[in-house]
Write a protein that binds this ligand. Structure first.
Ligand code: LMR
Ligand code: MN
Length: 431
């Protein structure tokens, strides 16, 4: 403890040790009282401040109290930036904790700021740099994150953690597959803590696939499934409920939603008419697919519902379709899915990909179906029929082509996976 004890704390070390003891014995109320006592006489005791914040953190967790968590954060903050004569080792630990708790509280920007200050105080500590990089990534500051991880690699050229993260940024931000692959590969192969993450496997495999290196992709997906990052090599969603039945293609009977499917099929021409009206490039509301899933071609969507919420503006222009969806609780309330018109022009190729979650099943109602378009889900390729549904689980790998001569339009309806409980549907985080 000598490294975290300054001269003044040394004088009161016995009291501090007693308080620490209570903390270690999980007697948090008693420990808090003791730290408070110490701080009453020794306002600036670094160890007292640190111990008190640690206790508040535990109590906040036990009582699920944001108020206590904020007091804990405030304590760390004071120690980190105001307390004079605090030992450097303690400042570092407190700063790290502070950043971690700020992130947990939902204050991502503040957390990044704390880490930035930490790296300025301890410029040679690469672990701190890496934490800062992750924090930038989490708050969407990808350019800053890129700088940080590049800097780490200058100092530690073999750092696997920095490699996977930089590779991830280059892949998702620049779309530069050749540049991303060696970084992701080496990072994953390093086996370092923080590198065995589904997102890195997901994007490395995707990069392989897009470069025609299918064998390497398959091998990697198999490995990812073996270590539990994917449900299976073909089902690579990352937000899952593990117990749900997974199969690429579903029948209406398997879904249990025959009644709702029939309701929409019975009204397919009404739905088609409303979708068609929006096709006009000048007045229509369709938007180009924006998830970077296409190799080529023109693919647009018009989203009526997402994350269980109705898009009011859109429903004003396709009111009858929305009225039908309103009668389907499992679709309109599917917080992990969407309802959307999807229009594909000839020439489209959608790269093989997996949706984000296994909690939905995806039904396509054929509305305008020429010869030419087709969809593969895992090993089986199908086509659409006007007025009829096909149903698949889009957490499985799928790929779409349109080699025809004229436009294809379908209505995509995501339903909750039928095995989810009401509690799960209520509490799962929206996607
Ligand atoms: C997909 O989900 O990727 C495709 O099925 C979408 C579409 O319009 O066919
Ligand atoms: Mn898809």
């Amino acid at each position: 403890k000598s490294a975290i004890t300054n001269a003044a704390d040394y004088e009161i070390r016995e009291k501090l040790d007693e308080a620490d003891d209570l903390f270690e014995k999980e007697k948090y109320e008693d420990a808090l009282r003791k730290y408070d006592n110490i701080l009453r006489k020794n306002t600036n005791s670094p160890r007292g401040q640190f111990g008190r914040s640690e206790v508040l953190d535990k109590l906040a967790e036990q009582r699920k109290s944001n108020e206590l968590l904020e007091q804990c954060i405030q304590g760390y903050e004071q120690l980190f930036s105001e307390t004079k004569d605090a030992p450097l080792d303690l400042i570092k630990i407190a700063g790290r904790r502070l950043a971690n708790r700020q992130q947990f509280r939902g204050w991502g920007a503040m957390s990044a700021k704390t880490l930035k200050q930490l790296t300025e105080k301890f410029p040679d500590d690469m672990a701190l740099q890496k934490e800062l990089g992750v924090s930038y990534l989490m708050s969407g500051k990808n350019d800053r994150a890129r700088e940080v991880f590049s800097k780490v690699l200058k100092v530690q050229p073999d750092d696997g953690f920095a490699k996977v993260h930089l590779g991830f940024i280059i892949k998702t931000q620049d779309n530069a597959m050749e540049a991303a692959i060696p970084l992701l590969r080496a990072g994953i192969d390093s086996g370092e803590k923080g590198t065995q993450d589904g997102r890195f496997f997901f994007h490395l495999g995707d990069a392989y696939q897009r470069l025609g290196r299918g064998d390497e992709a398959r091998k990697l997906f198999k490995h990812g499934a073996e270590i539990g990052l994917f449900l299976s090599p073909d089902q690579r969603s990352l937000y899952n409920v593990k117990t749900l039945t997974g199969r690429p293609w579903w029948t209406p009977e398997q879904s249990g939603y025959q009644h709702y499917l029939k309701l929409l099929e019975d009204n397919w021409q009404t739905i088609r008419e409303e979708g068609m009206k929006q096709l006009d490039v000048k007045t229509g509301l369709f938007k180009p697919e924006a998830e970077n899933l296409r190799e080529k071609g023109d693919w647009k969507q018009l989203t009526l519902y997402q994350q269980g919420r109705r898009n009011k503006g859109v429903c004003e222009v396709v009111p009858k379709t929305c009225e039908l969806i309103e009668q389907i609780p499992e679709a309109k309330g599917c917080k992990r899915g969407q309802v959307k018109f999807s229009v594909m022009h000839p020439g489209v190729h959608v790269w093989p990909h997996c949706g984000p979650t296994n909690c939905r099943i995806r039904a396509h109602l054929g509305l305008v179906v020429p010869e030419g378009p087709r969809i593969r889900v895992v090993n089986e390729t199908r086509t659409w029929q006007e007025g009829k549904f096909i149903i698949f689980d889009d957490s499985f790998e799928h790929e779409v082509w349109h080699d025809g001569e004229s436009v294809r339009m379908v209505l995509i309806v995501d339903f909750w996976h039928p095995e989810l409980t009401e509690f799960e549907k209520r509490t799962l985080a929206p996607i």
